[in-house]
Design a protein around this ligand. Sequence first.
Ligand SMILES: Nc1ncnc2c1ncn2[C@@H]1O[C@H](COP(=O)(O)OP(=O)(O)OP(=O)(O)O)[C@@H](O)[C@H]1O
Ligand SMILES: [Mg+2]
Length: 234
Amino acid sequence: MLEINGLSASYGNVQVLWDVCLRVDEGEFVALVGANGAGKTTLLNAVSGVMKPGSGSVTFMGHRIDGSAPNAIVNLGLSHIPESRQVFTEMSVRENLEMGAYPSRAWKSRRETMKKVFGLFPRLEERAGQLARSLSGGEQQMLALGRGLMSLPKMCMIDEPSNGLAPLIVTEIFEILKSLHKEGITILLVEQNVRQTLAIADRAYVLENGHNALDGACCDLAESEHVRKAYLGH
Ligand SMILES: Nc1ncnc2c1ncn2[C@@H]1O[C@H](COP(=O)(O)OP(=O)(O)OP(=O)(O)O)[C@@H](O)[C@H]1O
Ligand SMILES: [Mg+2]
């Protein structure tokens, strides 16, 4: 479904991704893990059109998307739920969700989709008229996920949804990701919470200093000595 081949990316003349390859098949739940500054967010930004990759190719459902505009990529069914939520703080919860429905095929069914999103996140329905800035961190993450779902994606790339949240809320968010996957949404999840992530994803890639380091089935990676020492602390 998503195929990234030989992707490089730079900020000015500082290169941060080198020849990165990653594949996500339809229906998979794939994780991308790595330390701070490894280049995970840069990779998602280069895929979703937020930044232009230097070289390499990105294909989504048979379309070359590297260099395409973000809205064109969302229209194809690839939704990017960015790092640190980035909700519109001065807009209400309902308005934030409506903003997510801007691709024309999603706009027509926005009312039904919003009902589904409220089914997944009852707390957003209770707070539909409130400004997003009045939400807790966990609720803002739910809003960011809900806004991403409003575009009727086939695949979601989700950047560190657990960041800054209390353990109980993290578990709740991970349960929601599992249920989205069960409903048929293909997922690429970026996380630093490696233990919980390897427990819910099918496969994972480890990115180190902008390079592919390891990849494989999560159960195998969780057993690998390198992953245990570097990311699981034992
Ligand atoms: N806008 C930017 N301008 C210049 N350098 C940047 C910019 N954004 C990121 N970088 C640099 O690129 C490298 C990769 O950053 P990136 O944000 O992709 O890492 P990350 O793996 O997402 O890290 P984290 O886990 O902390 O979110 C880092 O060295 C970072 O300092
Ligand atoms: Mg990041």
